[in-house]
Design a protein around this ligand. Structure first.
Ligand code: ADP
Length: 777
């Protein structure tokens, strides 16, 4: 078939090459030639000769057939050509497809190769992982083995650490907790399991965490242990001051792993340090202030008495004057102690009203203030605006203290001009409304400060002069308190740069003078036994007593007193409380033990006398304060003479009155009465016992917050205490807590220590008083 195909192709190619005309001519020639050859051949075979006719016939035949053959061949050729072209296209397409196919094949091949590679790698890593796993398992196994061996020792160590009251904890190099002991669990309020994985930021307040992280960083960067102190807070709000020690730790290769921390609660130590510091500060301020404030009046007394000693005096007058002179000097030395005591007893201020020669009192103020003004180069005038009552019932010492404070302030804050004190009185019935006005031409007080100067420890801060450094900020506060207790008030008006006016108004009973007359009554000569160890006091008392016509026998120690005393020989015993060998109370007890019949025993004390109960409880019949005043001594002698001394305790009215006052200052009687009426005693007592349970925690949290100087926390704890105290009727605690929770009060920081102390020190005794009151209600 192939030769035929090739032949056909040959024809087609020839036809295409020559064109239809040339090809037709050639075909015609070929056909003619073929017809001639065939005709000639057949004729020769049949006839053995060839005629022309045969040849012509063959030519005609050839020529006749040619067009048909040409047509037929052309059609065939066209068809063939078309097929060929289609075939060529198909072949091209096929070849394209084959190329694409090859490309895809290549890609596939590559992918397969990659896949194989990955599989190999995975197999390799899987094998490695298995190997690591095996190692790990082996290690874990080994570790477990070691752990079991060490378990006993670790447990022992752990129990040591847990038993420690000190904090112990570990943090890794990233500052994340990795372990702690029980004390630390308590501090953070989290179990060890909960703490592990947390950072200080998650556990402490922002400020605390900040300090912890900073010190951690220091330990890490310096690679050195560090000790410092810091406040930390328990979950219940209680703060404690810790001494923290942080020590870095490393692994065998020296790689830094983290730190171990230890913390010791040193709150108590801190508290004592603060108290000591404050006490020494207070002491220094007071001593310097008091010595300054005392100089003026004391110098007056010393100077004047010296002057009088140079004038003409009789023997006795000279002796008295010498005593005054020496006493004034001694007074300067002992005053520091008295002032300290006054400060600590301030919360228990009490008035002892007695008849007072008012006109004499005013004259005395006038002469001392005049003297003081003279020394400062200031004018002092006293104006009596109205008639003054002769005798009023008032605590003269306290009234003197108030006026003296106003006058000395006026002179302290005045450089030029002077001070005027005016006194007026309006007597209506049994009451005298008395007004004192102390006006100065001094520096004045800024408007914004006028209301604040009565706050404890408050002083107007002025940069120009240093006048305030001489004061303490106590005087006005105490003065206002005293005047309020007298049923009055102190007001101030002031103009900055022009001066101030302080006005004291009190309403006091006008006395019927009988009690004063008693003093001048003549008493019989008595035999007085005096036990006193200080020579000066003996001189003063002896002069006084002998001057009044009495006889004095002196013993200077307790022993001497006990041996010298003879029953029936004396009408009165004056007994100093502080003797070199024993206390006056001991002497009194011994005397009472040894003798059936004793004369009245009167205590002599250098302390400020506010409450005589302590003296009565210790076997005394009366008490007098030193230095002895003629009036007080005369009064006692008069009482002894009339047999009054020794009966004081049996006067029930005094007791009842005192006990009512005692309750009224501590408990809210009105509120409690209606409370008991509504819910009954049992319910109220139950409330009190809840209060008793809560208070120790409240008080200790308050205290730690005070030491930590955390104002907000102090305020919030004081607020709780105020609410709790108020709900059970503890009036005093409630009012102190009210002040403690009000930081807007002037000089709040200066006073808060005392308020907190007062709450802590008084709440238990106040609860006892409250219970007593409820019982007897
Ligand atoms: P101290 O005088 O010891 O500082 P006080 O309680 O007596 O304490 O007085 C409180 C403050 O009131 C004084 O520090 C002073 O700033 C102001 N003050 C009191 N009296 C006067 C006055 N007469 N003139 C100007 N300021 C006064």
């Amino acid at each position: 078939m192939k030769p035929i195909k090739n032949l056909a192709q040959y024809y087609v190619d020839l036809l295409v090459k020559l064109g239809i005309i040339k090809f037709s001519i050639l075909l015609a020639l070929a056909l003619v030639a073929l017809a001639v050859v065939i005709q000639v051949g057949i004729t020769i075979v049949l006839n053995s000769s060839v005629s022309n006719v045969d040849i012509i016939r063959s030519v005609f035949f050839g020529l006749l057939v040619t067009p048909w053959a040409v047509y037929f061949l052309t059609v065939v050729v066209d068809q063939l050509e078309e097929s060929r072209q289609r075939l060529t296209k198909l072949v091209a397409k096929l070849s394209d497809m084959r190329d694409r196919d090859r490309e895809l094949n290549d890609q596939l091949h590559q992918k397969v190769e990659e896949l194989n590679k990955q599989i190999t790698e995975r197999e390799k890593s899987e094998a490695a992982r298995l190997e690591v796993m095996d190692d790990l398992k082996r290690e874990v196994f080994e570790r477990e083995k070691t752990q079991i061996e060490l378990a006993e020792r670790t447990a022992l160590l752990r129990s040591f650490i847990d038993a420690s009251p000190d904090l112990t904890y570990y943090r890794n190099a990233q500052g994340v907790f990795s372990g702690c002991n029980k004390a630390m669990e308590e501090l953070t309020g989290r179990k060890e399991k909960e703490l592990v994985g947390l950072t200080p930021w998650d556990v402490y307040s922002k400020e605390v965490a900040q300090q912890i992280v900073e010190t951690d960083d220091k330990v890490f960067s310096n690679n050195q242990a560090l000790t410092y102190e810091q406040w930390l807070e328990y979950p219940d709000g209680r703060k404690a001051y810790f001494e923290l020690r942080k020590v870095p730790f490393y692994d065998k290769t020296g790689q830094h792993l983290g730190l171990v921390g230890f913390g010791r609660d040193i709150t108590e130590r801190k508290e004592h340090e603060d108290t000591l510091e404050k006490a020494s500060r207070d002491k220094t301020t007071f001593i310097s202030t008091i010595s300054h404030e005392l100089k003026t009046p004391l110098n007056g007394i010393v100077g004047l008495s010296r002057m009088m000693l140079e004038s003409k005096l009789d023997k006795q007058q000279r002796h008295y004057m010498q005593t005054i002179n020496v006493s004034a000097i001694t007074l300067g030395n002992i005053f520091n102690d008295i002032i300290d005591m006054d400060k600590f007893d301030r919360n228990k201020l009490e008035l002892l009203p007695k008849p007072l020669q008012f006109k004499e009192f005013v004259a005395e103020m006038e002469s001392i203030a005049g003297l003081m003004g003279e020394q400062k180069g200031l004018r002092f005038d006293l104006e009596r605006l109205t008639d003054l009552p002769d005798v009023i019932e008032v605590d003269a010492t306290r009234l003197r203290q108030v006026l003296w404070n106003l006058i000395s302030n006026a002179m302290k804050f005045t450089k030029e001009g002077g001070v005027v004190m005016s006194v007026s009185a309006d007597v209506s019935g049994h009451l005298a409304y008395i007004q004192f006005e102390v006006e100065d031409t001094g520096i004045g007080i800024p408007d914004a400060e006028v209301d604040k100067i009565f706050a404890m420890y408050y002083q107007v801060k002025s940069g120009k002069d240093n006048l305030h450094a001489m004061g303490t900020g106590i005087g006005l506060s105490v003065s206002r308190e005293l005047v309020n207790m007298m049923g009055g008030d102190i007001q101030v008006s002031s103009e900055l740069g022009f001066g101030s006016t302080f006005t004291v108004s009190i309403a006091v009973p006008v006395s019927n003078e009988t009690s004063l007359e008693v003093i001048d009554e003549q008493v019989d000569a008595l035999n007085v036994f005096m036990v006193e160890d200080i020579e000066l006091n003996v001189t003063v008392a002896r002069s006084l007593l002998e001057g009044l016509g009495h006889q004095v026998t002196v013993a200077m120690t307790g022993e001497e007193a006990l041996s010298k005393f003879e029953e029936g020989s004396f009408d009165l015993v004056l007994l100093d409380i502080q003797l070199p060998d024993m206390s006056g109370f001991d002497v009194a007890q011994q005397l009472r033990k040894r003798h059936a019949h004793l004369p009245p025993l009167v205590a002599l004390t250098a302390n400020v006398l506010k409450d005589k109960k302590e003296y009565f409880d210790n076997g005394m019949d009366e008490a007098l304060s030193k230095p002895l005043s003629a009036k007080a001594l005369k009064k006692v002698l008069a009482k002894v003479d009339s047999g009054e001394v020794g009966t004081l305790l049996s006067q029930p009215s005094l007791d009842e009155e005192a006990s009512h006052d005692h309750f009224a200052t501590v408990v809210d009687i009105e509120m409690l009465s209606s409370y008991i009426e509504i819910v009954g005693k049992a319910q109220v007592l139950e409330g009190v016992s809840v209060f008793e349970k809560l208070m120790p925690d409240y008080a200790s949290i308050l205290q730690t917050n005070l030491i930590a100087k955390d104002k907000d926390a102090i305020v919030s704890e004081a607020h709780k205490i105020k609410g709790a105290a108020g709900s059970v009727g503890l009036k005093r605690i409630q009012s102190v807590a009210q002040k403690a929770q009000s930081p807007e009060l002037p000089a709040w920081w200066e006073n808060i220590d005392e308020w907190v102390d007062e709450i802590r020190n008084s709440y238990q005794s106040d609860v006892e008083i409250l219970k007593q009151w409820i019982e007897q209600a």
